[in-house]
Design a protein around this ligand. Sequence first.
Ligand code: MRU
Length: 349
Amino acid sequence: MNETMQDDIEAVIWRRDRLLLLDQRLLPAQRVYLEYEQSAAVARAISEMVVRGAPAIGVSAAYAVVLAARAAFRAAASNWKQAVADELEVLARSRPTAVNLFWALQRMQALIECLPADEDPEAVLLAEARRIHEEDIAANRRMGDAGAALIAPGSRVLTHCNAGALATGGYGTALGVIRSAWRQGRIDKVYADETRPWLQGARLTAWELLQSGIPVTLQAEAAAAHLMKSGAIDWVIVGSDRIAANGDVANKIGTYGLAVLARHHGVRFMVVAPSSTIDMAIARGEDIPIEQRDSEEVLCLAGRRIAAEGAEAWNPAFDVTPAALVDAIVTERGVVEQPDADKMRVLMA
Ligand code: MRU
């Protein structure tokens, strides 16, 4: 396996005092980085899916706070904290489900509270945003090894959405485990759901795995039941946008269905997520806010209307898988098998 090929994919880059985001709406056809100098524009980029995936959203938001503080300090040096607080609120409204967004904003806010009001905050905040970014990559590499250790040689795996380098600071969560396990010779075959309506599987996961030299077979998610029934899958491996204190897992719409299918067919189900995705303030999955996105995303494909005129669409972006259907939650702090509230409390203590 070629390490440089793996690390070549960067969704979020800080370069020459600006934030660069790989425009994931254009992949795999075009690899275009958009430049950001204003935090409100980053908030829009998050809402509009230029950057997506829970940890990548958190890292982007942290850098956006640096942009907000720079602008606020230049405009009104002594009153910069109030101006940044307003920008933080705009960022917090960009997407509701991925808790990494709020986690990163809170971490930046806690630092802001400790800074003197009359000194330029940019260097200190940038160092913190870089730390958040680097810690995410390091966590993913740890989870890659921990998750791979659960996978027996010769396994066949199925993943959903994109939980790769594109969705994180780098390396990926679910795809990080798949990368590590592939390199260790534990995986024979990788299936990826195409993941309607944004097609993160077909456009992003397939591209990312192929960039890393890992062969991938795509399927419409409706094919998953048939595939599992045929005995072709050993593990379903997915990421998460928010994990509740009892181990319930919110992830891309369709994940819950895969978990039900996996249990029915004796297939194991692994969730890979850093501890920044665990929200101990939310007791159970039912309380996780689920983003409802524009019905146009379902009614249209690649900008063209495909649904019958007059049809309405329901478009929840995420669903919740009960902890009872999860075999393992893999984090950088350790692996929780058969998660429940007690085990999650010990993990996060
Ligand atoms: O709507 P998206 O593309 O942001 O959804 C992403 C997912 O559901 C991922 O599985 C999740 O954020 C984990 S990414 C490591």
